[in-house]
Design a protein around this ligand. Structure first.
Ligand SMILES: Nc1ncnc2c1ncn2[C@@H]1O[C@H](COP(=O)(O)OP(=O)(O)OP(=O)(O)O)[C@@H](O)[C@H]1O
Ligand SMILES: [Mg+2]
Length: 306
């Protein structure tokens, strides 16, 4: 059984009247990539910054790497790494100089060369931080979060604002951390990112966790099964599906048919083989964490984030 690295019970953080974090429980095991997924203002940064000893909780119990957050912050800080939200380094220092600077703050540290290699920035080592793209800057941030060779690394929205290619490059760096047995806490708005990278996910909204588990468990528990999208379906297709009693919805010329049981797909294919039926293509779509969020909150993650 893997060691428990984070143990949070009944954590609350109030800002005046607002309960930004409203009694969350969390247990993270060594070696996990654990994502906290939620829209703007959900309470992600507040929660992780309490665990990082950067903010003070209102109430609740928090143990990090076996240490009590109230009494043993010095021990915790030595053994964790942090990439803060909206990370910035020194503009007029190079990649190497920035990593050297932050490394100098710790007694125990990895070599700058090793860190540069682990985020694949060898060809940028002598470039000023200000002249890097957003994705490269985030990779410098991940390297800096690792200077003290931490067991537990917090990455607060490492991919927000990056283009798809740069996001994938940051994902590779996170995968590498996992392969080196690091425990990673990731916060994100992107359900796809949480689904792809995480062993487990907690979906957060308005200060609370509304669903937790592996992406598969969450989707099985709260998702609404599979749907077949019949693109550009004609009236005949629509009428046949309706008369067969299949649950369906017609939107913008496309027919969405719910696949309620094992026989549903075969039944649908059979119906759509009628000579008067026309459509462009059929696609089967499973539920995603985005669907779960919509179902549980009535909001889309992206809308809730904007
Ligand atoms: N220092 C503060 N003082 C007062 N309110 C705060 C403070 N920090 C955060 N809040 C409020 O607490 C709530 C949670 O904020 P938090 O930054 O934790 O959310 P988040 O999930 O990280 O959002 P985002 O995705 O935008 O980073 C928000 O309503 C925010 O306005
Ligand atoms: Mg935040």
């Amino acid at each position: 059984m893997a060691e428990t690295v984070i143990e949070v019970k009944g954590l609350v953080k109030s800002y005046g009247e607002l309960k930004a974090v409203n009694g969350i429980d969390l247990e993270v095991k060594a070696g996990e990539v654990y994502s906290i997924l939620g829209p703007n203002g959900a309470g992600k940064t507040t929660s992780v910054e309490i665990m990082e000893c950067l903010r003070v909780k209102t109430s609740g119990d928090v143990r990090i790497l076996g240490h009590d957050i109230d009494k043993e912050q010095k021990e915790i800080r030595k053994r964790i790494g942090v990439l803060p939200q909206s990370f910035n380094a020194f503009d007029y220092l190079t990649v190497k100089e920035n990593i050297d600077y932050f490394g100098g703050l710790f007694d125990r540290r990895l070599s700058t060369d090793e860190l540069i290699e682990s985020v694949q920035l060898q060809d940028k080592r002598n470039v000023w931080f200000m002249n890097l793209s957003g994705g490269l800057k985030q990779r410098v941030g991940v390297a800096i979060s690792m200077v003290n060779d931490p067991e537990l690394i917090f990455l607060d929205e490492p991919t927000t604002g990056l283009d798809p290619k740069a996001r994938r490059e940051v994902w590779e760096v996170i995968r590498k951390l996992k392969s080196r047995n690091k425990t990673v806490i990731l916060t994100t708005h992107y359900m796809e990112e949480a689904e792809i990278l995480s062993d487990r996910v907690a979906i957060m909204d308005q200060g609370g966790f509304i669903a937790m588990g592996t992406p598969r468990q969450i989707i099985e528990k709260y998702g609404s099964g599979s749907t077949c999208l019949v693109k550009s379906a004609n009236d005949a297709a629509r009428a046949l599906v309706a008369s067969a009693g299949m649950s369906s919805e017609f939107k913008n010329g496309d027919l969405w048919v719910k696949l309620e049981d094992k026989g549903s797909l075969a039944k649908l294919v059979n119906l759509l083989s009628g000579s008067e039926v026309t459509y462009e293509e059929m696609l089967i779509k499973g539920s995603t964490l985005e669907d779960v969020f919509l179902k549980l909150t009535g909001k889309k993650l992206v809308e809730a984030s904007s």
